[in-house]
Design a protein around this ligand. Structure first.
Ligand code: NDP
Length: 287
């Protein structure tokens, strides 16, 4: 039986519409959420992401502040900008687009962001809060994956989850979120032995690797829910980490690429900006 398509694009549109309604309500009380995005250099993919983040931010009624800095920007200038944004009451969320040019210290820059404005959830304080089950800013891509999984499966309690990839921005926070929802979680990576057999145990399989079509149909347990985070630009266009056409014949549900996890990432960025705005104004967290 062909798997159900998990329509991240539609889910994200609904989420953005809900956010727009909440933004309108905040504006009635004189509060307009503001998101500042900092881009250093001219990386083409980053430019596309930043443009689309700005557009979506404005579409839900938030203020978007874009700071484009030349590739040769030095560390102190970047840190000064972050301090200014930290102190600016009109800015509720700060996102520094990664990767940064090689001469800049990514960890230092991220950890200079006020954790309350760290809408990417990469500040070490938010990482620690998430890992210890406390109220944190949660990284957008895994948060989007979690929403899709909950929507599809309801409770994740006791489900066997395998995540391929252990990056700080996807794999590790994904594991924390699934653990928080009481899934039984395994993280696989480039040194994992017998990866196909491990994947075949998974009720939930999350692929966050960056290798086109690496996950084959026979790695998938029949009926499993497959979340494909990968975005790979190939001669055949944009493809995920999962061999989608074949996997679709085995999985129970699967996200397409594009139109799966990607749109959820930006929607969750807006959701985090709304949450940061609510918290800084002493309002309850939005739903
Ligand atoms: P990283 O390159 O930081 O991490 C990739 C991970 O995959 C590493 O942990 C690596 O293992 C593991 N890996 C690499 N090769 C293999 C292999 N042969 N077998 C098993 N594991 C392997 O990538 P990211 O986490 O940043 O991103 C992963 C993918 O997700 C990329 O395609 C990226 O473009 C996409 N992405 C999509 C987003 C979206 O919005 N949809 C957002 C962010 C990322 P090891 O640690 O051992 O090297």
């Amino acid at each position: 039986m062909t798997a159900t398509l998990i329509d991240g694009k539609a889910f994200a549109a609904t989420l953005r519409a809900r956010i727009a309604t909440e933004v309108a309500q905040m504006k009635d009380h004189g509060i307009t959420p503001g998101l500042a995005v900092v881009l250093v250099g001219e990386d083409p993919a980053s430019q596309v992401y930043v443009r689309s983040k700005g557009k979506m931010t404005r579409e839900v009624g938030m203020n978007s502040y874009e700071h484009r800095l030349p590739a040769e920007t030095d560390q102190d200038s970047l840190l000064n900008l972050i301090t200014r944004l930290n102190n600016d009451p009109a800015v509720n969320g700060i996102l520094v687009q990664l990767p940064l040019p090689k001469h800049l210290d990514e960890s230092l820059v991220i950890n200079a962001i006020d954790p309350a404005k760290d809408v990417d959830g990469f500040h070490i304080q938010n990482v620690g809060l998430l890992a210890t089950g406390q109220k944190a800013m949660v990284p957008c891509t895994p948060l989007g994956c979690l929403m899709l999984l909950r929507d599809r499966l309801g409770s994740l309690s006791g489900k066997r989850a395998v995540i391929i990839g252990r990056s700080n921005i996807v794999g590790k926070p994904m594991a924390q979120l699934l653990l928080r929802d009481s899934a039984t979680v395994t993280i696989a990576h480039s040194r994992t032995e017998n990866l196909p057999a491990l994947c075949r145990e998974a009720d939930i399989l999350v692929a966050a690797v960056g290798r086109p079509k690496m996950v084959k149909a026979d790695w998938i347990k029949p009926g499993a829910t497959v979340i494909d985070v990968g975005i790979n630009r190939t001669d055949d266009g944009l493809v995920g980490d999962v061999d989608f056409a074949a996997a679709r014949e085995v999985a129970g549900a699967i996200t397409p690429v594009p139109g799966g996890v990607g749109p959820m990432t930006i929607a969750c960025l807006l959701a985090n900006t709304l949450t940061a705005t609510a918290r800084s104004n002493g309002l309850p967290d939005p739903d």
